[in-house]
Design a protein around this ligand. Structure first.
Ligand SMILES: *Cc1c(COP(=O)(O)O)cnc(C)c1O
Length: 442
């Protein structure tokens, strides 16, 4: 791209001055549209989500065998939905702001196999690739019992192929663990922010971990280059993959079912607000797409990013998407929220989803640590720092009268609202590491 004229950019978009000053800020996009109008820009639909859902069902018998901890859900990787009333009271007190409606937590942090939201998209993409290879080789058909993949014969078959990915940690965990279990040779290219315990865990699983001193963008680029040299290697492209996106999107219909089971209504008079921590955008973007397809215009998705890595807000707000990085406007992309340490957003996700996302806000690392401690204190739930980015979302919405007025959320609707914080990771953090997080929260 041509060099960026920062002066012009900050004149055209004054919000960037606050962003560059690393202040916490929020922006509710006035240009959102209905699902119907926005769908052509996504280029995916109900059939694609259904296809992903059925693929995951086909693999369920395999997952039960390969990961016995998934037996309780019959091989379906899904998380709990819980009320967090004590945390709601805490937020109201901390920010001196009433939050009307119900506050709930979606515990993707505790998804089986890899303990983060990446257990949706990452595992799905590996399974999709494995299925394709096995079907092409005449070893598998869609009507088979996929538990047969859990065998020496299939491990041998997959060992001819390799998989590579660049990651800040959790995507590497999901793809590394799943690929190694199937028998693939797998390389994970880890950015500087990736935690040591994640690298250790992957090596225990026989994954080739390549470490970088640079950030996520460099790790992805190097991974891509390595993979291009090897025709047997499949590169999982976190920045552009529709397959990953669809793996995440299945969450929408699953959540709808959980809501129905708990008798929770979402409609014109019962809005659902969902707060999603955002890194490159694939996870929250895919989940948001699935939610929109499940609940239509009655679900309102809001993305949360660190003040040091506001790449999606920057890309969507300026319309430059992946043609601008936070570094180019003088922000360092250094954050304790390792899952969100991304300087340049996915252009695919930003362009596909911008009309469907109500808003964006940023949060300091200190604020994430503070909520980490308070969630543990009040609810006994332990998360990693990234996963707390969504926690103040209900406060941001409750304080923003212009947004509520524009969207015609009157008092009655706000009293009927459900605020859902998407907890994206932390279930597998070792005890000593968690103790240091909790110490920092004080
Ligand atoms: C990866 C990740 C996210 C964000 O997902 P993206 O696809 O990078 O936007 C959020 N929280 C945690 C814990 C993650 O690992």
């Amino acid at each position: 791209m041509t060099t960026l004229d920062i002066q012009k950019l900050t004149t055209d978009f004054p919000l960037l001055n606050k962003m560059i000053a690393l202040e916490e800020l929020s922006w509710f996009n006035p240009n959102i549209t209905s699902l119907e109008e926005a769908l052509p820009y996504v280029g995916l639909g109900e059939n694609d989500i259904e296809d992903a859902s059925q693929r995951l069902s086909r693999f369920a018998p395999y997952l039960v065998k390969a990961f016995p901890e998934t037996a309780v859900t019959n091989g379906i990787i899904e998380s709990e939905l819980v009320d967090i009333n004590l945390m709601k009271t805490s937020l109201e007190q901390q920010f001196d702001t009433p939050i009307t409606g119900r506050l709930m937590l979606k515990k993707d942090s505790h998804l089986p196999i890899s303990g983060s939201i990446k257990a949706r998209g990452g595992i799905y993409e590996v399974l999709t690739h494995a299925e394709k290879l096995a079907i092409q080789a005449g070893l598998l058909s869609e009507s088979d019992d996929y538990s047969k993949l859990f065998s020496e014969e299939f491990k041998q078959f997959f060992s001819q192929y390799s998989i590579a990915v660049g990651s800040t940690g959790n995507l590497g965990m999901s793809i590394g663990i799943m690929s190694a279990k199937l028998g693939f040779a797998v390389s994970v290219h880890m950015s500087a922010d990736a935690r040591q315990w994640k690298k250790n865990k992957l090596r225990e699983h026989g994954v080739n971990v390549v470490e970088y001193e640079q950030d996520y963008g460099v790790a992805v680029e190097q991974g891509r280059k390595e993979a291009e040299k090897d025709p047997m290697c499949f590169f999982i492209d976190d920045e552009n993959s529709q397959t990953l996106f669809l793996g995440y999107s299945v969450a929408g219909q699953r959540l709808k079912k959980q809501f129905e089971e708990q008798g929770i209504i979402v409609d014109e008079n019962h809005p659902l607000f969902v707060y999603l921590p955002c890194g490159v955008g694939g996870g929250p973007g895919g989940v948001a797409f699935g939610l929109k397809m499940a609940f239509g215009d009655h679900v309102h998705c809001i993305f949360a990013e660190p003040t040091h890595s506001p790449c999606m807000l920057l890309g969507v707000h300026t319309g430059l998407h992946d043609e601008v990085s936070v570094q180019e406007i003088g922000i360092d992309n250094i954050t304790a929220a390792d899952g969100l340490a991304v300087g340049r957003a996915s252009g695919f996700v930003g362009r596909a989803m911008e009309r469907l996302l109500d808003g964006y806000y940023t949060m300091t690392d200190e604020a994430m640590y503070q909520q980490l401690g308070l969630l543990n204190q009040h609810e006994g739930i332990k998360l990693e720092p990234s996963a707390l980015a969504g926690m103040v979302g209900p406060v941001v919405v409750s304080q923003d009268q212009p947004y509520q007025t524009r969207m015609q959320f009157d008092d009655l609707k706000m009293q009927n609202a459900v605020h859902l914080v998407w907890a994206t990771g932390g279930g597998m953090v070792p005890e000593a590491e968690m103790a240091s997080y909790l110490a920092k929260s004080k």
